[in-house]
Design a protein around this ligand. Structure first.
Ligand SMILES: [Zn+2]
Length: 188
């Protein structure tokens, strides 16, 4: 298993009103949000190795993130969790990248999914979700404590050194301090 010490939260920097589907379901050329972002990352020259594509999401040639959260809170997988992402230069080796669809206003369902993903990733990374723990699921507060103890840092893209971006468009540290509850509003 790839060692992880960083979970980076991103946004797709697309209009808040764009659900990031293209075309009509069931027709040729229909794209879901993961496929749309994949096409952007192809254009940016990102590339997934064939062996990783064979293991997960072979139809995604480039996507840099591990998870994508659609406007309705649906989770899409991108790269395999053991695959090094392309999401934050200099910080990819031991990082997990999660991207929310939108710019700076996110739906409550997206925050719920994000909290769930962060907790389950902390459980996975720390081995906390072994068979013996089935009856003792990790709480949000417990997960954040565990992350702290194990030196796993959770931040927004813009919180990394030398990053001049607004991504992910909300203050991750405030969201964490509030126990990963859905914010009442999401000021930029
Ligand atoms: Zn970002």
């Amino acid at each position: 298993m790839r060692p992880i010490n960083l979970i980076v939260i991103h946004c797709s920097a697309s209009p808040n009103t764009d659900r990031l589907y293209r075309g009509s379901p069931g027709t040729c050329g229909f794209l879901n949000p993961a496929q749309v972002i994949d096409s952007w990352h192809v254009e940016r020259g990102f590339h997934r190795a064939d062996e990783w594509r064979a293991r997960q999401n072979p139809n995604l040639a480039a996507i840099g993130y591990h998870y994508l959260i659609g406007r309705d809170g649906t989770t899409f997988t991108g790269r395999h969790v053991d695959e090094i992402p392309a999401q934050a230069a200099g910080f990819n080796q031991k990082a997990i990248g999660i991207c929310l669809v939108g710019l700076d206003q996110f739906e409550p369902a997206q925050f719920e999914t994000l909290a769930h993903l962060v907790v389950s990733e902390i459980a996975r990374i720390t081995g906390r979700n072994g068979p013996g723990d089935r009856n003792n699921p990790l709480s949000r507060a417990g997960a954040l404590r565990l992350a702290d103890e194990r030196g796993i840092h959770i931040c927004g893209h813009r919180d990394l050194p030398k990053v001049r971006k607004t991504c992910p468009g909300f203050e991750v540290s405030t969201w964490l301090a509030n126990g990963m509850e859905v914010p009442n509003e999401t000021p930029t």
